[in-house]
Design a protein around this ligand. Structure first.
Ligand SMILES: [Zn+2]
Length: 255
C-alpha cells in the first residue's frame, strides 16, 4: 500500500516537474513574440527553435560600403546608334543589357546601381556624365554595340579616358571576352565625350559588333545579353573587391 502511495506521489511529482520545465519554454516563446513588435504573426513554438537566420546578412556585410554604379545604356530615342546586321538598333541592345546589369547589381550587397535611362529616351552625352557626378558615383559604365563597314570585323573592346579608369576597363574587358567568347580587341584609351566629363572611374564597352552576323546573333539573344550583364557585374565585383582590400590594408598600416 505504502509502495503504491509512493508510486502515486512519484508520478505526481514527475508531472508537476515536467510542467515546470516546459513552462519557461512557452513563456519564453510568448516573450519573443511580444519583443518583435512588428505586427507579424509568430507561432510561439517556432519563435525559439525554428527561426531562420540564413537570410540575415553576416555582421561583416552590414558595414560594407555600397559602391554607387551608374549604368549608361548608349544612345536612345532618335539616336538609334549603329544599325545591326539584321536591321536591329544598337539602342535596343544597350538598354536591354543595361537593364539586366542594373537588376543583377541590385542584388549585390556591395553595390547601389543607377541608370541614366530606363526607357527609349534621348539624354545628351554631357548630361549622362553630370548624372554620375551628381550622384558622386564610384563608377560609370557606358554600354554600346560596335559597327563597321566590313561585316567580317568582330570582337569586344573596352575604352577608358582617364588613366585612373584603366584598371576597371581591364576587368570588364576580360570578363566580357571570357563570357561571350568574342575576339579580344583589347582595352583602349580614347576621349569619348561621355567619359570625358566623368569624375570617377568611367569606361565605355563595345560588347561586340552588331554588323557582324555571329556577334549580333549572340548580342540579341537572351543568353548573350545575360552573359554580358553577368560579365560586367563580375568585372565590377573584382575591381571593387580589390580596391576594398587595398583600402583595408592601408588602414591597417596606419600608426
Ligand atoms: Zn554606340
Amino acid at each position: 500500500m505504502i509502495q503504491k502511495r509512493l508510486m502515486m506521489l512519484l508520478v505526481i511529482m514527475l508531472l508537476v516537474g515536467s510542467s515546470v520545465i516546459l513552462s519557461p519554454y512557452w513563456g519564453d516563446g510568448e516573450r519573443n513574440s511580444k519583443q518583435t513588435g512588428d505586427g507579424r504573426y509568430h507561432d510561439n513554438r517556432d519563435t525559439r527553435d525554428s527561426r531562420d537566420f540564413s537570410n540575415e546578412p553576416p555582421l561583416s556585410a552590414m558595414n560594407i560600403k555600397k559602391y554607387k554604379i551608374v549604368i549608361d545604356a548608349g544612345h536612345g530615342a532618335m539616336d538609334s546608334g549603329a544599325p545591326g546586321n539584321s536591321g536591329s538598333y544598337e539602342k535596343w541592345f544597350t538598354l536591354s543589357v543595361a537593364q539586366k546589369t542594373y537588376d543583377l547589381l541590385r542584388h549585390e550587397a556591395m553595390f547601389e546601381p543607377f541608370m541614366t535611362r530606363s526607357e527609349d529616351t534621348f539624354i545628351p552625352l554631357h548630361e549622362r556624365a553630370v548624372c554620375a557626378n551628381r550622384l558622386t558615383a564610384d563608377s560609370f559604365i557606358s554600354i554600346h554595340g560596335n559597327t563597321f563597314t566590313d561585316a567580317r570585323v568582330s570582337g569586344t573592346e573596352t575604352y577608358f579616358h582617364s588613366i585612373g579608369s584603366e584598371g576597371l576597363a581591364q576587368k570588364i574587358q576580360m570578363q566580357l571576352v571570357q563570357a561571350l567568347g568574342f575576339r579580344d580587341r583589347g582595352v583602349k584609351q580614347y576621349s569619348w565625350k561621355v567619359l570625358q566629363d566623368c569624375k570617377g572611374p568611367a569606361v565605355l564597352t563595345e560588347v561586340g559588333y552588331l554588323t557582324n552576323k555571329n556577334n549580333e546573333k549572340m548580342m540579341l539573344s537572351a543568353e548573350g545579353q545575360a552573359r554580358a550583364a553577368h560579365a560586367i557585374v563580375e568585372g565590377l565585383k573584382q575591381y571593387f573587391s580589390a580596391k576594398h582590400a587595398q583600402v583595408n590594408q592601408q588602414t591597417e598600416m596606419l600608426p
